[in-house]
Design a protein around this ligand. Structure first.
Ligand code: FAD
Length: 293
């Protein structure tokens, strides 16, 4: 089913993100992860596209997205980046996705490779979106957005103008970069609405469950960290179990606040942790049921 249709039927959508096996590692671990996630009340699972964007990475993403549909009967979204692709690469990805029954892609530019090895067929995600739309009128296209602005954008307003163009190019649903301060999301949502962006925006939530994770994630995303989160983590940094519980509790609070203020979806960055996905799903299960009655 197309993701846009899921939003037509549900008030609050719940989805998970997984990543394919890294270089040379086998599929067994991610298959076991998915096997255990299939019991959760999820509306779709998205599969990331390895940075670097080789054909082998594309095949892994499509393979796993297809398995999610075929074996677990859960809708899936295949991520696709374009910064290292040309038109032929994207056409090959689309053909492969179609052949495997995938109806949803997540169109991304991708991070500019540090070694400068990029292609220039698509400069922005919106170029990829237009290209996909021109070559496949059926496939559903989702895209990324950044409540605290994309690091390269000169301002949040400029970023939102570019986002509007991406929506007008054919994106029907957005997932945000992770954030920890809900007020940043609400301010972004208001600005997006004022700019005429009316597609459903899912909040990307990453529970911080290990002590090395926070530093790494903040460095990558630039997300602001509320004092409350810093305090929790400092207090439990030497107790992995308490740290995990505190991280899950913080993310649960964040989600309940978002849902109570009308968010259309929650996308969990699981980092392939079944325990994280299960704990959050258990904590918010009754809330999702109440919202979707
Ligand atoms: P764009 O939408 O192209 O935006 C990038 C920058 O260009 C922004 O600053 C924007 O304001 C600017 N811009 C856009 N259009 C224009 C224009 N017309 N003129 C001038 N400036 C413009 N990376 C991966 O490698 N694999 C993944 O699977 C993956 N999944 C992700 C999932 C989510 C939910 C998110 C939030 C990010 C994901 N990323 C992934 C990271 C993403 O690839 C990077 O953040 C990348 O730097 C930007 O990609 P984008 O699609 O948002 O780019």
């Amino acid at each position: 089913m197309k993701i846009s249709k899921i939003f037509d039927h549900k008030q609050v959508v719940f989805s998970l993100e997984v990543f394919p096996p890294k270089k040379n590692s086998s599929y067994t671990t991610v298959y076991n992860t998915l096997l255990q996630m299939r019991e959760l009340p999820v509306d779709f699972i998205s599969v990331t596209y390895g940075a670097g964007g080789s054909a082998a990475q594309r095949d892994k993403t499509i393979e796993i997205a297809s398995l999610i549909i075929e074996t677990y009967r859960i809708e899936s979204v295949a991520h696709l980046t374009c910064v290292t692709s040309d038109e032929a690469d994207v056409l090959a990805a689309l053909e492969s996705a179609r052949a495997k029954g995938i109806q949803n892609v997540f169109a991304l530019r991708g991070d500019i490779p540090a070694d400068g090895e990029r292609k220039y067929a698509f400069r922005h995600a919106s170029d990829l979106v237009r290209f996909i739309r021109d070559h496949d009128s059926e496939i559903n296209i989702s895209g990324a957005c950044y409540p605290e602005k994309h690091p390269e954008a000169p301002s949040l307003r400029a970023d939102i103008e570019n986002l509007k163009y991406k929506i007008d190019s054919g994106v029907s649903h957005l997932i945000t970069q992770l954030f920890f301060d809900n007020d940043k999301f609400y301010a972004f949502r208001d600005l997006a609405a004022a700019a005429g962006i009316d597609v459903p925006i899912e909040a990307g939530i990453m529970p911080i469950t290990t002590k090395t994770q926070l530093e790494r994630v903040v460095k990558l995303s630039g997300a602001a960290v509320p004092d409350r989160l810093t305090r929790i983590h400092e207090r439990y940094r030497d107790d992995p179990e308490a740290f995990f519980d505190a991280g899950i509790a913080f993310a649960t609070d964040q989600i309940i606040d978002l849902v109570s203020r009308g968010v259309r979806g929650v996308h969990l960055y699981t980092m392939n942790s079944v325990e994280t996905a299960k704990r959050i799903a258990r904590n918010i299960g009754s809330i999702l049921r109440a919202e979707n009655k």
